[in-house]
Design a protein around this ligand. Sequence first.
Ligand code: SF4
Length: 510
Amino acid sequence: MKRPTVIIRHCESYDVDRIRALTREGLEHLDLRPRGRTLIKPNVVASGEYFPHAYTRPEFTEGLVRALQDRVDTPLEELAVGERCGITMPTRYAFKGAGYYPMAKRTGITLHHFDECSQVEIPLYHEGRLRDSFFTPEPVARADFFVNAPKFKAHPWTTVTFSMKNYIGIQDDRHRLIDHDHRLNEKVADLQYIVQPQFIAIDGIIAGEGRMLTPIPFDMRLVLMGDNQVAFDAVCCHLIGLDPLSVDHIRMAWERGFGPVDLAEIDVVGDVSLDAGRDRCKSFRTGLIRVEDYFKDTNIRAYAGPPPDGDQEYCWGGCPGALEEAIEILRVYDKTTDEKMPPVHLVLGAYEGDIPAAEGEKVVFIGDCASFQGQIHDKPVTIESVYRDRSTKVPTEAKYADIFAKMVTTTATMGKLKKEDVIRITGCPVSVAEQVLMLVKLGHLKNPYFAPKEAVMFTSSYLSWRTRKMVKELFGKPYNVEGPTERGEARPPQNLPPAGVDAPLERSGG
Ligand code: SF4
C-alpha cells in the first residue's frame, strides 16, 4: 500500500482563491486528477444564521470545486456536490441556508440531494459487520472519484467528526436512523466499505468545539488534505491531543486494515508542522459528556441507564447525545431557555436508580429502551422496554421520518402531560428534532421550526423535497434492489482491505 500523506496548510480566512490554490497544490502533491463522475461530499448537517459553524462553508467548497476544475485533463461526466443533511430536515433547506445554490451556479456543478435520490444496495462481507448490506444514494455508488470535504468538529456521539464520521450523510434518513444508537461507531466503521475517498480536504479554518450542530467556533486557520481516511483522522486527532484509538470508529477501521494511525507510517507535510498545529489546537474541546453531567446546574435532571445488548454502559450514539444537541438548539433560538424550563426529569436506557421528582414535576422516559421500576411521586411506576432487536429492522421497509408528522405525534404525546406526570416518547433513536419539540412543550418555549425568519424557507424547502420525492416514488426507482451498479460495485479503492473476506453470512434482515 502507498504510504498515506496528510498535508497541513495554514489558511487565514474563507478566501475562495486561497482555498482554491491550497487544495490545487494538495491535489498536485498527491498526483490526483478528477475523472468520470466526480463527487464532493461536504458536511452540511445544518446551516444558516443559527448554525454558522456546523457546516463546510460554501467558500471552502467553491475553492475545492475550482481546484478540481483546474486539475481536469479529460472532460468529466459530472462534477457534483452531494449531501443528506440532519435527519428529518430537507437537504434543500440546509443547502439554501449554507449558500450552496449560488455557489453551484457560479461554478456550474450539479447538486445532489441524497434524500431525493435512488438508493443502491452495497453488499458487505467483512467479519463483525452489523448488516449484510447498506443502501447508499446512487451518486455515491456511481462516483469514480470521491472527495470527502468534512468540517473539523467535536461530536457528542462519536467524540469527533472528521473524515470517517462525515459518511453518516451518505445515507438517507430511512437507512441512517437504523443502528444510529449504541452501535453508531460500528456503523460508521462499516460505512467505510461503501467507498473510500481519493481525496480528503477538511474545513478547519473555523473549526467547531464541543458539539456538532451548534459548535463553539474555534479559530484554527487550518486546511488539512490527505488520501487515506484513517491516516487523515488520526492526524486530526493528534492535532487536538487525542489518541486516535480512543475513537471507536477510527480504531475499528484501523483494525480492519483501512489505514494507519501511527505517525511513523504517515507522511505529514505542509507549511504548518504537526507540532505547530498541535500548539494551535491544544485547547480544543471534544464533546463526549454524559447526559447527567451535561445538565448539571440546570432545571433538567437526566438519568441514563445502559442500552440493550448488555455490552455497553451508555448509549453514546443515540438519544442522550440528541438530547444535548436539542437543548443547545433551543438555547441558540432563545437565550432564556434555561430560565424558562421548569424542573423536569428525563430518563434514558434501563435506569435502576431513584427519580426524586417532587410533586407536580414531570418525568419523561425517552427512547424505546427506557425502562424503570420504582416509585415516582410516592406511586409505583413500571416502564417496560419496547426496544426492537436490530435484526428486525429491514432497511427497505423503513419509513421516512416526516418532520410535520413528528410534530403532530410528539405534540399529541406531550399533550398527555396535562393529565399525567409520567410519559414516554418512543423511538430508537428519538431524533434531535423530536427532542427539541419535547423540550418546547416541557418549557412552554417557542417552536424554533416556526421562527419567523426560518418558517417560509423551511416550508418551501420541505414542500419541494416532498413533491420531488413523491414523483420519484410514483414514476422513478426509489431503490435499485438488484444490486450495485457496475461502477458502484464494492469498487474497493486501492486502500480497502482485500475483499477477501469471508462469504456473506445469512441475511439478518438487512
Ligand atoms: S432507544 Fe435511544 S438510548 Fe435506547 S438504544 Fe435506542 S438510541 Fe440508544
